[in-house]
Design a protein around this ligand. Structure first.
Ligand SMILES: NC(=O)C1=CN([C@@H]2O[C@H](COP(=O)(O)OP(=O)(O)OC[C@H]3O[C@@H](n4cnc5c(N)ncnc54)[C@H](OP(=O)(O)O)[C@@H]3O)[C@@H](O)[C@H]2O)C=CC1
Ligand SMILES: O=CC(=O)O
Length: 290
């Protein structure tokens, strides 16, 4: 099966590499061309523009940073819209809001193409291990046709109905995750400042009802003050912002999420945007501020 892949950041690189390893013929494009090199070494071809990739492939997947990037790759010069046509499918796996996804869906279907949004839950390691959770919505036929690729990239795919539902589900999940991360960070600081051992806190948490992979994975590096980017903090803050907008639309009061968004914004302003989202811990433990 031949697929195109647009966007070779932390996630896109791992996902497209897995497709290559599983025997898919993959044509890649990335705004920063040098990021294509490693994929080419593993057998990928390069498309000069998103349009060139669409022209070559029946199916194209995108994994881009945010709504602005997702829209730019579709609508700008050399973009997806220039070559999408009847019989071609476009699967956007980026985390965006429902409005962005709907705009892309409308433009693509107007040209005869078919569209699926399919954001993912899971970070760099699950992407490398092909263990993502895929939250798809949109064209059901395209969903079924994409299953061989989803089986390579993920451990489970959900089909959630009309375009927008995948984006909304992803934002709800990440709103919970971002709030949890802040509570966890505050707990680590509270333990430390009240004379408790932070590693003992991790051990206690891991044996109880709120044990989870995120605390297990991020706790030790947060204690060390080490935040190698798996899920960049700037993207988590984008997700909090988009989830809060979804809350506005639906008149859902979310004070915990709003406070967490502020914490991520502060961490960004302190220069931690490209670090892992657990770097919000630097803001929590900054004695000059709190
Ligand atoms: N990392 C994670 O753990 C997870 C991330 N996600 C979501 O997946 C998406 C990708 O995340 P991730 O791979 O971590 O992000 P990265 O920041 O590592 O990569 C972002 C990608 O988007 C491209 N891009 C950014 N702006 C533009 C633009 N204006 N035009 C064209 N391309 C652009 C970048 O290109 P360039 O290389 O040129 O900068 C790069 O390929 C995001 O929506 C994120 O929220 C979802 C689940 C987990
Ligand atoms: O979006 C991030 C994730 O870990 O999922």
């Amino acid at each position: 099966m031949e697929v195109g892949f647009l966007g070779l950041g932390i996630m896109g690189k791992a996902m497209s590499m897995n497709l290559l390893k599983a025997g898919f013929k993959v044509t890649v494009w990335n705004r920063t061309l040098s990021k294509c090199e490693e994929l080419v070494e593993h057998g990928a071809s390069i498309g000069e523009t998103p349009a060139a990739v669409i022209k070559k492939c029946k199916y194209t997947i995108a994994m881009l940073s945010d709504p602005a990037a997702a829209l730019s790759v579709v609508f700008d010069k050399g973009g997806v819209l220039e070559e999408i046509c009847s019989g071609k499918g476009y699967v956007d796996m980026s985390t965006v809001d429902a409005t962005t996804s709907s705009q892309i869906n409308e433009a693509i279907t107007k040209k005869g193409g078919y569209f699926l949004e399919a954001p993912v839950s899971g970070s760099k390691k699950p992407a490398e291990d092909g263990q993502l959770v895929i939250l798809a919505a949109g064209d059901k036929t395209l969903y079924e046709e994409a299953i061989p690729a989803f089986d390579v990239m993920g451990k489970k795919a959900f089909y959630l109905g009309e375009v927008g539902n995948g984006a909304k589900m992803k934002l709800v999940v990440n709103m919970i995750m971002g709030s949890m991360m802040n509570a966890f960070s505050e707990g680590l600081v509270l333990a430390d400042r009240s004379g408790l051992n932070q590693q003992t806190l991790l051990d206690v948490l891991d044996l109880g009802a709120i044990s989870n992979p995120m605390f297990r994975l991020k706790g030790p590096t947060m204690i060390e003050g080490n935040y190698p980017p798996a899920f960049p903090l700037k993207h988590q803050q984008k997700d909090m912002r988009l989830a809060l907008a979804l809350g506005d639309e639906n008149a859902v009061s979310m004070p915990v999420a709003a406070a967490s968004n502020e914490a991520f914004k502060t961490a960004r302003s302190l220069g931690h945007g490209d670090s892992d989202f657990s770097a919000v811990h630097e803001r929590t433990r900054d004695r000059r501020r709190f």
